[in-house]
Design a binder for this molecule. Sequence first.
Ligand SMILES: [Zn+2]
Length: 255
Amino acid sequence: MRVIPIPQLSDNYAYLVVDEGTREAGIVDCAEAAPVLAAVKREKAKLTAILPTHHHYDHVGGNEDLLAALPGLAVYGADERIPGLTRQVADGDVVSVGGLAARVIFIPAHTSGHIAYYFEADKSVFTGDTLFAGGCGRLFEGDAAMMIKSLTKLLALPDDTRIYFGHEYTEKNLRFALTLEPRNDALRQKHDWARARTAEGGYTTPTTMASEKETNPFLRWKSDELRATLSGRFPALPMTDVDVFAKTRALKDAF
Ligand SMILES: [Zn+2]
């Protein structure tokens, strides 16, 4: 399995997933068809499936153009708002790209129909706008409790899982994270790396589950330092997991 990140719009990523055995390919989250079709041609691949994580335009805006160029593509998804949807999937369903298999993980909260695609054999997961490097998606169609539940499903994946996320937000995410955990050495080092990488125009995708467990404040609602920072700044804040998470999310929304 080969994964090729394709920058889209200002800071989105589409990912071309190629089965190197059959040259069949799937595209995760296509906002713009032209650069995706160019990558398919370059790879000498046969695009057979669109794998959207959720219905937002910056993840599906290229679907109709892809379907016009390549009629007969399968379009997966868990949300009827996805343009061109041909097969509605649910948690635990398996979709294939050539000889590759991805399990659907239902992770609502950013939107009510958000899913991840988990290619277990290749230890790779595509998390759209639910889990970013150093961050998580905004709670547009769910609440903090729902997002904790969704992220907890992703936390069950092995530490060496590669996480391919929907936006290049890493530097800013980690800069925010440092305001809550200034003494987290792994976080500081990763922020330095992301800042340098972003400055030279490089990608920070993919990340790994191990790295996210160490650095992502939205997976660290149990962190003593994060909790101490919040209770210092907001003495009346109840310290339940949901309250800690919700306050972290609210602070990030305003960052
Ligand atoms: Zn979105």
